[in-house]
Design a protein around this ligand. Structure first.
Ligand code: FES
Length: 136
């Protein structure tokens, strides 16, 4: 009896995992070909860029490749000076959390901006540093 219940539970669990995966793919598209440990390209237009490890924040990518990008709060998601506009690859960024949305504000979020200290590259990303934040 317990064995039969276990089999039924296992079968139902398998079906629900399939449903969850189908819904996930419908919402977020096909699974990303990039995996932890991969190198992904992060570029900042004319300011530079280069390859970094999957999961690296855009701020860390900028610092690794000597791209001047302000970060007055030290990457604590409170100053907004690391704001970048995403030109392509937004689907390859980590999810935006509520604090990032609050710091950016509604207009910047709608424009596709992200905080470089919070957004992690999970695939190739092309970002642009707003001119008023460029260090000269
Ligand atoms: S460094 Fe301050 S919000 Fe990103």
């Amino acid at each position: 009896m317990a064995s039969r219940t276990r089999k039924m539970f296992s079968k139902a669990l398998g079906r629900s995992r399939e449903v969850v995966e189908r819904v996930r793919q419908r919402v977020s598209g096909p699974p990303s070909p990039y995996r932890p440990g991969d190198q992904v390209r992060v570029s900042f237009g004319a300011s530079g860029g280069g390859d970094v490890e999957y999961g690296t924040s855009l701020l860390a990518a900028a610092r690794t490749h000597d791209v001047d990008l302000d970060h007055f709060c030290g990457g604590n998601s409170s100053c907004g000076t690391c704001r970048v506009r995403i030109r392509s690859g937004a689907e390859h960024l980590s999810e935006m959390h509520m604090n990032e949305e609050i710091v950016l504000g509604v207009d910047a979020v709608r424009s596709g901006d992200r905080l470089a200290c919070q957004a992690r590259a999970l695939g190739p990303v092309e970002a642009e540093i707003p001119e008023f934040f460029l260090v000269r």
